[in-house]
Design a protein around this ligand. Structure first.
Ligand code: AMP
Length: 321
């Protein structure tokens, strides 16, 4: 994830919670992509503190640094190095077709080259570790497809070098929509005060935001005609509690929206409480996060360097050995 904006319950229920669940099934690397964050201007001091905050949130959510690597992209120079080499096998037209680029560049007066190259850097993040599986949400599947295309093109031009990532592991987590506008995905970059619930929001703030969430003019929950706002509140409740659909129906059918919101708020407060407590413990131990990040980078650096060395040799670039 990018260390920009505030992580919200969409990031947690749609991605992070899922990562925690699968971390023991794979040899996993969770990367904090600060080089991707600077494809849009970031305040330097803020970026520095967001990197640490994001790492602490990964750990607080249950990412276990003993079995899993947590690292920062810019701490391993091979990411940027490989990205450059991959730009040299990536046709311009492929990048112009990327939906995320079109969306993010649409309202900008100046579109940075980094934003255009964003997916190539992401391909480098994946191919550097010869990753077989990439756990992403549906908004990122096009970039994983592109990564496959880049890997295949490189392999056919220069000989077998990269593992072509076979799957983008489907996210089983919920897709959470904005509380103020439930037709839009909850997003870190949206500005409305009532749009997202940040993982570090206090119980009071969580309650206030949920009580103000958009619903509709019906008096209560009717499972036959759920409006996007009510459906979203129910999804949030279900994702935090793990209730079955039958349980949800039995409990919420006919409930007035005010009561529904109170229960969703309490489920959210209770669901985030352990994470928030662990977060406070983690950040109050001086040097702890920094140590995890240093160890993470040191663990993966030999793999990353070996891939770059191999790519250089394949391409005929200068290598010392
Ligand atoms: P982003 O906030 O776009 O950097 O996304 C980080 C991760 O969280 C990605 O895996 C996304 O697919 C996931 N994600 C972001 N927003 C949501 C959302 N509203 N609901 C579910 N998953 C989300």
């Amino acid at each position: 994830m990018q260390p920009s904006g505030n992580l919200h319950i969409g990031n947690y229920l749609g991605a992070l919670k899922n990562w925690v669940a699968i971390q023991h099934d794979y040899e996993a690397i969770f990367c904090i992509v600060d080089l991707h964050a600077v494809t849009e201007y970031q305040d330097p001091a803020e970026l520095r503190s967001k990197i640490r905050e994001l790492a602490a949130l990964y750990l607080a959510a249950g990412i276990d640094s003993k079995v899993t690597t947590v690292m920062v992209q810019s701490a391993v120079p091979a990411h940027a190095e490989l990205a450059w080499m991959l730009t040299c096998v990536t046709p311009f037209g492929w990048l112009g077709r990327m939906t995320q680029f079109k969306v993010k560049s649409a309202d900008k007066e100046t579109v940075l080259d980094g934003l255009f190259q964003y997916p190539v850097l992401m391909a480098a993040d994946i191919l550097l570790y010869q990753a077989a599986v990439v756990p992403v949400g549906d908004d990122q599947t096009q970039h994983v497809e592109l990564t496959r295309d880049i890997a295949q093109r490189f392999n056919s031009l220069y000989g077998e070098t990269f593992v072509v990532p076979e799957t983008s592991l489907p996210m089983v987590g919920a897709r959470i929509m904005g509380l103020d506008d439930p037709t839009r995905k909850m997003s870190k970059s949206a500005t409305g005060a009532g749009h997202a619930i940040a993982l570090l929001d206090s119980p009071e703030v969580i309650r206030k935001k949920i009580m103000r969430a958009t619903t509709d003019s019906a008096p209560g929950v009717d499972f036959a005609v759920l409006s996007p706002g009510v459906e979203n509140l129910l999804s949030i409740h279900q994702a935090f509690t793990g209730w079955s659909s039958e349980q949800m129906r039995a409990h919420f059918a006919g409930m007035r929206y005010g009561d529904l919101k109170k229960q969703v708020a309490e489920a959210t407060v209770a669901g985030l409480d352990p994470l928030q407590r662990r977060y406070q413990e983690i950040v109050s131990e001086p040097g702890y996060v920094e140590r995890i990040l240093r160890e993470g980078a040191a663990r993966v650096e030999p793999v990353a360097d070996a891939t770059v060395e191999l790519v250089k040799r394949r391409m005929g670039l200068f290598t010392a050995s």
